[in-house]
Design a protein around this ligand. Structure first.
Ligand SMILES: [Fe+2]
Length: 371
């Protein structure tokens, strides 16, 4: 089914313009679960009809103009920055997802960016495996993105649950760019009367490790900070988080911990920039990070080469173009090998807390103010 969706949505164009070629999604390795993430019995079986309530937004926030534009019939090539909040889970789905994520909460850890987050649930949960691979869900997310999307190729990235304790004066997640192409952040807690815990986005198109370095040095312009509020649990905000900085502010008070489930997607586009990065700072086991990155690079590189085998001919492709694809693929593999072997650091960095109160580089202490 995933292949069918991609077939409908995929575009393959000639070599005279930028190459576009979409891989088929990588199957989840249900037969190769890492030993440190054993599966458990669960009280729920995922059912898209019962658990999803997929609402489409009227508008999306356009990455080029940084304006709201209509979601339907938007011009082709439009890059969405974020969309929503919209309902994505039914009432029954909210209860089931909350129960499933609660079951695995024992795996939550602190990192230098997040006080408490839980990764790797897709390896442990059949319910989550079925959800992330569900064709209805993927078609919905692909429509929001305006391009085909796959469940993220890294099982550790595919779902992450973040916990925000009320009263903890720390951002639930500091200002950062994602190490994945797109995310849907679904709220799984009761936010009645919650103060703080807001998802905020920085409305500038920025990318790469140099972007965080720039904001740490110069501070963030408050005029570009936009707060996007959830109405209730079970709603989601869709975001091209690899291209706009975002954070979740500290939860000042709430009836319970703020819980958000970040669902990550890989773009199956095999040429052009690959925005997938490892997040070694998260404390994922080394052997799993190496395995996931090696698989990801092998997946994309094999489809680059497959493009030559299946989609070119002697009459439409020059020797220079063939050579370019081969050279670029070799460079892509070499970089991937460097990351796997810890010889290349692909960490994208984050912005330290307090920078958002500093509009320019004249702020005292480099913008380090109390939150
Ligand atoms: Fe994020």
């Amino acid at each position: 089914m995933i292949d069918q969706i991609l077939f409908v949505l995929s575009i393959t164009c000639g070599l005279t313009t930028a190459l576009k070629h979409h891989a088929t999604c990588m199957n989840f390795p249900s037969e190769r679960i890492p030993a440190s993430y054993p599966m458990e019995d669960e009280a729920y079986v995922f059912d898209a009809n019962k658990h999803l309530r997929l609402e489409e937004p009227a508008t999306v926030f356009d990455l080029a103009s940084f304006k709201d534009i209509p979601h339907t019939n938007r011009p082709s090539g439009t890059e969405v920055a974020f969309a929503g909040p919209v309902h994505v889970l039914s009432e029954e789905g909210f209860k089931a997802f909350r129960a499933i994520t609660d079951q695995y909460r024992k795996g939550a850890k602190r990192s230098h960016r997040q006080p408490s987050s839980n990764r790797g649930i897709p390896y442990r949960s059949k319910f989550i495996q079925d959800f992330v691979s569900d064709p209805t869900w993927l078609a919905y997310a692909s429509k929001l993105a305006g391009r085909p999307l796959c469940p993220h190729s890294f099982g550790m990235h595919a779902i992450q649950v973040n916990y925000g304790k009320p009263g903890l004066k720390e951002a639930v997640d500091k200002w950062h760019l994602d190490s994945v192409d797109f995310v849907m952040v679904i709220l799984l807690s009761d936010i009645t009367d919650m103060v703080g815990g807001e998802l905020q986005v920085y409305t500038r198109n920025m990318s790469g490790p140099e972007a965080a370095a720039e904001l740490n040095k110069k501070g963030m312009d408050p005029e570009h900070i936009r707060t996007v509020s959830y109405d209730t649990g079970g709603m989601g905000i869709f975001c091209q988080g690899s291209r706009i900085f975002h954070r979740v502010s500290p939860v000042q008070s709430a009836r319970e911990d703020r819980i958000s489930m970040v669902v990550s997607f890989s773009s199956p586009e095999v040429f052009g920039e690959d925005r997938t990065r490892t997040t070694k700072f998260s404390g994922d086991p080394d052997n799993i990070v190496a395995w996931e990155m090696a698989k990801h690079v092998a997946w994309k590189a094999s489809h680059r080469l497959n493009y030559i085998v299946e989609h070119t001919s002697a009459d439409d492709t020059s020797k220079e173009e063939f050579a370019k694809i081969l050279e670029d693929t070799a460079a892509y593999l070499t970089r991937g090998a460097g990351i796997v072997a810890d010889k290349i650091d692909d960490h994208i960095g984050h912005v330290e807390e307090g920078k958002e109160k500093c509009a320019n580089d004249s702020c005292e202490n480099g913008g380090k103010t109390e939150l």
